[in-house]
Design a protein around this ligand. Structure first.
Ligand code: NAP
Length: 238
């Protein structure tokens, strides 16, 4: 098994939801964790929780959909926390509506955040992994990135694109000992899924952010010769 204790991870959208659960699970394994997002209060609170595990932590506030903000923020984190070994491209947004009715500004924002944001953060972090000739990148797509639905054109387009980006990146950097994994989870209880009324979040039946985090930890602990290329996390309840 790969020993991840003492490594450095960056989790985008780490102040709440799936990203926060992942950041805390990494910290529990002894990983130093940087988190990013736009809500400074959530980020500050989460950094305090991460530090309770005795690891180093830092946060950075920037819009992943704006490369002018992403690039200097990643450079600053490198100085304040350390060089990244593990990148979790988790931050994302969702909104549903027909092509006919959805405001083009919202459609564009979903694409900018989910696919350009994933690309921008990867572009900024990748040199650190290439320099070490080792690393892990986990890109969060969705079941909506595998199948479209009548009201998900923007979200599905963005998440299909994440799969295409992630698969290509994997083929580009596997030779550099960098593992790239694409996750396509089904509905998990979070602000996103509850706000969109996709689920009531009942922990008896609905996937929880901690389940998602466990999958990520198990993936990272695979021996370095092995790489999980993609995984779909589903609930046992149809
Ligand atoms: N929950 C599900 O059922 C589900 C299923 C499949 C895939 N996913 C994917 O899993 C990921 C996490 O989702 P979640 O359910 O945890 O959602 P969430 O609770 O709504 O959290 C979204 C996170 O993304 C961050 N974020 C959003 N836009 C951003 C931007 N422009 N710049 C920087 N950070 C931004 C938010 O940070 P701030 O709050 O600080 O802005 C927040 O931390 C997303 O990519 C989502 O598409 C979720």
């Amino acid at each position: 098994m790969e020993n991840i204790t003492g490594k450095y991870a960056l989790v985008t959208g780490g102040g709440r939801g799936l990203g926060k659960a992942t950041a805390l699970a990494l910290a529990a394994e002894g990983v130093n964790v940087a988190i990013t997002g736009r809500n400074v209060e959530n980020l500050k609170r989460t950094v305090e929780e991460i530090k309770e595990f005795g690891v180093k932590s830092a946060y950075s506030v920037f819009d992943i959909g704006n490369f002018q903000e992403v690039s200097p923020a990643i450079e600053k984190l490198k100085t304040s926390l350390g060089e990244i070994d593990i990148l979790i491209n988790n931050a994302g947004i969702a909104s549903f509506g027909s092509v006919e009715e959805m405001d083009p500004a919202i459609w564009t924002q979903i694409i900018r955040t989910n696919i350009l944001g994933t690309y921008y953060v990867t572009k900024a972090v990748l040199p650190q992994l290439l320099k070490k000739n080792q690393g892990d990148i986990i890109n969060v797509s969705s079941t909506a990135g595998i199948n479209g639905s009548a009201s998900s054109s923007a979200y599905s387009a963005s998440k299909f694109a994440v799969i295409g980006f992630s698969d290509s990146l994997m083929r580009e950097v596997r030779k550099n000992n960098i593992r790239v994994c694409t996750l396509t989870p089904s509905t998990i209880a979070s602000d996103m899924s509850k706000d969109l009324q996709l689920t009531d979040g009942n922990p008896e039946t609905v996937l929880q952010p901690e389940d998602f985090a466990e999958l990520i930890i198990a993936n990272l602990k695979l021996p370095r010769r092995a790489m999980l290329k993609s995984a779909s996390l589903w609930s046992t309840n149809p």
